[in-house]
Write a protein that binds this ligand. Structure first.
Ligand code: SF4
Ligand code: SF4
Length: 370
């Protein structure tokens, strides 16, 4: 095993002793979290409506049954039922879509979350963001916003399939930069092969426009992206992206971070502020548009554990979620003999399809140059 860990300098599986020890320590903490599964983040998929039709949208696998928005009172009934069981100082509500700003009752929703003492956040494509809207939402407890911006104008507009998407997103970025009440915001960029050579230029553009925090992610083969291989990175691309993030972090002009997209081998500890661990079903739960109780809104296949319209949320959280907390079932296929399994545990739950098959592994693709 040790010979594999310390093989060659350039090997993506080369961790080095220090990193190996740090990953082991992180694993021990993860085991504790699994045992206690403290609920720190509740994601509410409050709408599937959207004002864009992005090429990489993960929601498309459920688009054939477009569902009306969940009434806010149904969500608050659940929130009230879990309130006695959570640590209020370590808990936030994340609103997810669709485009959250399309909810006409967003102000009332924010007021109700604030009344219960929780910070709340959302992700937006920026089309409906204005200075006034942000100021209004900050007044009622909005604590963080993530803005999607997928590259320079031609790339972003192509992915978003809208000629004004980039202009609107950049205007939204300016509103976020200028909003003094907002505690935190970042830009999320889905990196495609077309963007890779332009990343340095795009990073400099973001810095020049006042951005200080930048999350970069890859697109998984699900939803609309399944039939669009030109959006997906191969192993060589992923190495290029991770090398870019390492370099950008060293330069220190912007806080760049790889999203929790998966285990990255030798890049662990260098592309994020934390080691990769999947928090789905461990500290993160979600309530989907139809009331399904799930774990993370990046998951687009059906790993739901119950439904708020027939189950008690806390009962489901405490007594189900077994497949999330005992990941031994993932030790098959590529993972069966993988030397990283004890750190990776078969990767993020969002990478598994309905039949519990792994759709993609960045580490494997980098290692075998897939
Ligand atoms: S092959 Fe499996 S265990 Fe190995 S890094 Fe990939 S997902 Fe993780
Ligand atoms: S399912 Fe994926 S995106 Fe969600 S917490 Fe796990 S690794 Fe992160």
């Amino acid at each position: 095993m040790f010979s594999r860990l310390f093989k060659t300098c350039d090997d993506v599986g080369h961790l080095g002793l220090k990193k190996w020890i740090a990953l082991k320590a992180a694993n021990e903490l993860y085991k504790e979290r699994i045992a206690n599964h403290p609920l720190w983040c509740l994601i509410w998929e409050c709408t599937l409506r959207c004002n864009l039709h992005c090429r990489h949208c993960g929601s498309d696998c459920r688009a054939q049954c477009v569902h009306p928005d969940m009434p806010a009172e149904d969500f608050f009934r659940v929130l009230d039922s879990i309130s006695p069981h959570i640590d209020k100082d370590n808990f936030a509500v994340a609103l997810a879509g669709g485009e959250v700003l399309l909810r006409q009752d967003l102000h009332e929703i924010g007021v109700e979350i604030q009344k219960r003492g929780y910070p709340w956040t959302f992700v937006t494509n920026g089309l409906l963001v204005t200075d006034e809207k942000l100021a209004e939402l900050c007044e009622i407890g909005l604590s963080a916003v993530a803005l999607s911006l997928d590259g320079p104008e031609e790339i972003h507009n192509d992915i978003r399939q809208n000629p004004r998407a980039f202009e609107c997103a950049v205007n939204a970025l300016h509103s976020l930069v200028n909003c003094k009440q907002l505690k935190d915001f970042d830009v999320i960029t889905c990196v495609t092969p077309a963007l890779l050579p332009k990343l340095p230029e795009f990073r400099d553009f973001l810095i020049a426009n006042g951005l200080t925090k930048w999350r970069l992610c890859t697109i998984s083969p699900m939803g609309r992206a399944v039939n669009q291989p030109d959006l997906l990175l191969n192993g060589r691309h992923t190495r290029q992206l991770l090398d870019f993030i390492v370099q950008t972090r060293k330069e220190g002009k912007i806080h760049a971070e790889f999203n929790c997209d998966g285990f990255t081998g030798k890049y662990e500890g260098e592309v994020r502020d934390y080691f990769y661990q999947c928090e789905a079903g461990i500290t993160t739960a979600s309530i989907l548009i139809d009331g399904s109780i799930s774990a993370c809104n990046s998951m687009r296949y059906n790993h739901t554990q119950g439904n708020i319209y027939k189950d008690d949320f806390m009962d489901v959280w405490n007594n189900r979620f077994v497949k999330y907390r005992d990941r031994s079932w993932t030790k098959k296929g590529k993972c069966a003999d993988c030397e990283m399994y004890s750190f990776c545990l078969g990767n993020g739950m969002h990478l598994y399809d309905d039949d519990d098959n792994l759709l993609r592994c960045d580490y494997y693709d980098m290692k075998y140059d897939k």
